[in-house]
Design a binder for this molecule. Structure first.
Ligand SMILES: *[C@@H]1O[C@H](CO)[C@@H](O)[C@H](O)[C@H]1NC(C)=O
Ligand SMILES: *[C@@H]1O[C@H](CO)[C@@H](O)[C@H](O)[C@H]1NC(C)=O
Ligand SMILES: *[C@@H]1O[C@H](CO)[C@@H](O)[C@H](O)[C@H]1NC(C)=O
Ligand SMILES: *[C@@H]1O[C@H](CO)[C@@H](O)[C@H](O)[C@H]1NC(C)=O
Ligand SMILES: *[C@@H]1O[C@H](CO)[C@@H](O)[C@H](O)[C@H]1NC(C)=O
Length: 410
């Protein structure tokens, strides 16, 4: 990350900072992929978003749409106390919790069937037999081209749970996910424990991630995954008001344990092997699986790539989670249609093979532009503006990411 930061600053001072999606997607050297670029559609709105890499404090000043949305349901939020502060659990959060699990707190009991009436159950497996609901947490990673290329070559779509902060830092990588036809879900803004936030913070962690994904891809997600699976009926209620379906998992690769220094690659490979062996034992003959894995760093992506063919061989079908539920409208915007399960597995969707169809490919709300101040070294006034905006926003962003790398792992 130190490399990323110094490259970022070098790019700023050279003023060579804009990049198109095509240019970004064609890069194969991870260092080049991770070099900073300016992306005006994000840079231009960043001031109205929470700082990246840190817990959302609440609704941003001047965000009347966010405030109105929150006000429309806040009186009905279940009265359950936050289990800590700013997304960090209180040390006695578990020990002082009522052992009858009144709040359906997943971190306590893996409860996924809410106790509060009117809440949708969490999804943790898929209804189609011998089927894997394929997905990855914690993206977009700056250097994901090798991984996404493999998926693209195999016409494989997956469900990508994106961290808002990463979408800000790596917008072209997020855009690629949409253009490649992956299903994009929310994985919160700062990747903290959601039950340890106030109501307004929970709202902000979800709301701003939804908005920035819309800014970058043109689409607003309708699904989410809580970091560490941490949700209770208060968190579920707020997510449901935002139209977000909670998708968790039942099986875990524990791939993130390796970057966290808590496990070895051999142990993770054994987790993959044991999971794959379950298919042969008939474990998924009636109900398919969701497996937790990460787009976190070079190691987790490489491990996903190494195991992709084995998963495809073991399961009858490997599909995005939404596809396994025939969710043909994965976003709030209705002009993009995904294949249903039958269409996906027979490789068709209104014409093209297993790809989402719409009036066009997602293009983002503004195409990455080579014009504009930061990209134009000859415009001194503009360049100054670009550099100071870049330094005050993007460089601290990179620094925050570097410092918080470990915190973003779980
Ligand atoms: C992405 O992966 C690279 C390579 O492993 C790593 O250095 C970086 O910290 C990761 N994270 C993000 C947010 O890009
Ligand atoms: C991991 O890094 C190596 C060396 O930079 C690179 O060749 C490889 O493509 C990367 N793998 C992934 C999955 O990004
Ligand atoms: C999806 O559609 C297929 C028919 O195309 C049907 O068999 C299956 O039950 C549907 N799944 C769900 C979860 O509705
Ligand atoms: C869908 O509509 C949104 C506006 O609601 C627009 O930004 C986007 O480009 C459209 N996408 C397609 C594929 O037509
Ligand atoms: C220079 O940059 C400023 C600020 O972005 C912009 O308003 C102006 O039109 C640019 N001028 C030229 C000649 O590109």
């Amino acid at each position: 990350m130190r490399t990323t930061l110094s490259l970022s600053l070098a790019a700023l001072f050279l003023g060579a900072s804009a990049r198109t999606a095509e240019e970004q997607n064609a890069l194969s050297d991870p260092t080049a992929e991770c070099a900073w670029y300016d992306y005006p559609p994000v840079t231009n709105v960043l001031a109205s978003y929470p700082p990246i890499g840190t817990p959302v404090k609440g609704i941003m000043p001047g965000d009347s749409a966010g405030q109105a949305k929150f006000d429309s349901f806040k009186a009905n939020i279940p009265n359950i106390a936050p289990r800590g502060v700013d997304g960090a659990f209180a040390t006695d959060a578990l020990s002082k919790y009522d052992k009858t699990d009144p709040d359906c707190w997943w971190s306590f009991s893996t409860c996924a069937q809410p106790k509060l009436a009117g809440l949708k159950p969490d999804i943790f497996d898929v209804p189609e037999p011998r089927t894997l609901g394929y997905g990855f947490d914690d993206g977009p990673n700056c250097s994901h081209n090798a991984f996404y290329d493999l998926l693209q070559q195999n016409k494989q779509k997956a469900t990508m749970f994106f961290i808002g902060t990463n979408v800000v830092a790596e917008p072209l990588q997020a855009l690629r996910a949409a253009q490649d036809g992956h299903e994009i879900c929310v994985h919160t803004w700062s990747h903290r424990a959601m039950t340890a936030f106030t109501n307004e913070q929970i709202f902000g962690e979800l709301w701003y991630t939804m908005q920035i994904i819309k800014v970058v891809t043109g689409y607003t997600p309708t699904c989410w995954r809580p970091p560490q699976g941490d949700a209770d009926d208060r968190v579920r209620f707020i997510a449901q008001q935002l139209g977000l379906q909670n998708i968790i998992w039942k099986h875990d690769t524990f791939d993130w344990h390796v970057p966290a220094g808590q496990s070895t690659p051999e142990e993770v490979q054994k987790n993959y092997d044991d999971f794959i062996a379950l298919v042969g034992k008939g474990e998924f003959d009636h109900v398919g699986a969701i497996l937790l894995a990460h787009e976190l760093d070079n190691y987790t992506m490489q491990t996903a790539m190494d195991n992709y063919a084995k998963l495809v061989k073991a399961f009858d079908h490997v599909v995005p989670v939404g596809v396994a539920f025939n969710k043909t409208q994965p976003y709030v915007e209705t002009n993009l249609t995904f294949p249903n399960f039958q269409q996906y597995i027979s490789g068709q969707s209104g014409g093209s093979s297993g790809t989402p169809s719409g009036s066009g490919k997602p293009s983002g709300s503004g195409s990455p532009s080579k014009s504009g101040s930061a990209a134009n070294p000859s415009n001194t006034t503009g360049q100054q503006g670009g550099i100071s905006a870049g330094v005050s926003v993007k460089a601290p962003a990179a620094m925050a990411l570097a410092l918080l790398g470990a915190a973003l792992v779980l």
